[in-house]
Design a protein around this ligand. Sequence first.
Ligand SMILES: [Fe+2]
Ligand SMILES: [Fe+2]
Length: 300
Amino acid sequence: MPSSISRSESLLQKVSKVRDIPTLSVVLGSVLKALREEGTPRHKIAELLKRDQILTARVLRMVNSGFYARSVEITDVKRALHFLGDHTVTALVLGTTAFNDLDHAPSSCFDVQKFWMHCLATALAAEFLALKMAHPNPEECFTCGLLHDLGKMALFRADKETLEEIVDKSRREQRSFLSAEQELGLPGHHVIGERLAQQWSLPLVVRKSIRYHHKDVRVFESIAPEHRKVVMMVSLADTMAKRAGLGFSGDDLVPAYNEDYLKDLRLAPVFMEELEERLPVETLRARELLMEKGLQKKAA
Ligand SMILES: [Fe+2]
Ligand SMILES: [Fe+2]
């Protein structure tokens, strides 16, 4: 089908230009790199953050909010990092750069705020699963969950019409976002997202989570076992976010958990149900903590 091949190619070309957003390529890439390199001194991370006024403002506002009660006001980014921890800073960086500047570009059938909720809920669920499984790096699972659908965000930015066509098709035909993409002969948000993640030099485990969150990775020997586990957790977390009705991922389906994953990771269905019930409260709390509006309300 030459027409769909050329359409796919032109879409991938458009997405490759998403790198033009300065905060995304410079701040996101360098801060994440510094955060994941063990032993990076805090003053270096602070230096990077300070290059972005919005990020600096958010870090300071958050550390001085009611959530981190202390008597002395913190005005220095380096000290703020000490109190917030890498995990929260990562979420702030990603949330600010990858999602918030999309607020100004409304779409008729793709609500970015709701999409952000889906990503945040997935991130939290992935972290909870990681904690339950005593995974050595729950924060990494949070990041992977937050970015698993990066391809949809890239589509939103690069080609909103195509994104709306996919959402519309999935709604009309009650099919998944992925299957609508496939039916339309498009590359798929997992492929698009991975390309972008590579362009931004995001960590390998994040790239694998983006690429394979809709695949059965138990049989994929090319993926390192420790990464495979993270991808499985992210996939279950994605399902949980949808089942809990948190945000909008691009389709209206309510999927079932991959039972083989549950067995493999030794996660009891009853635990999943409990977590599913807890997730809405945790997500709203995290959203309030991460979003500027929530913090402004707190400060008022
Ligand atoms: Fe997805
Ligand atoms: Fe998702």
